[in-house]
Design a protein around this ligand. Structure first.
Ligand SMILES: [Fe+2]
Ligand SMILES: [Fe+2]
Length: 135
């Protein structure tokens, strides 16, 4: 799903690709050991992505920034708690694929889409936005 911003869409694709890797780990027991490194990559990718969206919120005076940031922070806390508390790759895989895909789908379809719409209206103050990609 595109939110209409090239940089954000690229990061979303990276996140979805890492989620797909986690799903593959679930399907192939021989790949379960990859789950923790995949989660580390996911956390790093999400960190970078959340920072980019929050930079856009600051630069465009986004009025719904607090709600959006809270949703980022909640998922970040959830995944870090998972990483610290799960006892096996199988448990990590199960928990991650139960929680994350649904959250990503909802978050992108609502909060991210609203942010991109807002930032697009502030063309010129949101570097990276291209006219042809606007919603
Ligand atoms: Fe977001
Ligand atoms: Fe996002």
């Amino acid at each position: 799903m595109s939110v209409g911003d090239e940089a954000v869409d690229h990061q979303h694709r990276e996140i979805l690709s890492l989620i797909a890797q986690m799903t593959d780990c679930a399907k192939h027991p021989g790949r379960r050991e990859e789950a923790f490194p995949v989660l580390v990559s996911l956390l790093s990718c999400l960190d970078e992505h959340f920072a980019e969206e929050e930079r856009q919120m600051n630069e465009t005076g986004y009025p719904e920034a607090d709600e959006h940031r809270r949703d980022h922070d909640a998922m970040d806390r959830t995944l870090r708690t998972l990483r610290a508390s799960v006892r096996s790759p199988a448990e990590l895989i199960r928990s991650t694929i139960t929680i994350l895909p649904r959250w990503v789908a909802r978050h992108q379809a609502t909060l991210d889409r609203n942010l991109c719409r807002h930032a697009a209206l502030r063309m010129g103050t949101a570097p990276g936005f291209r006219v042809e990609n606007r919603l």
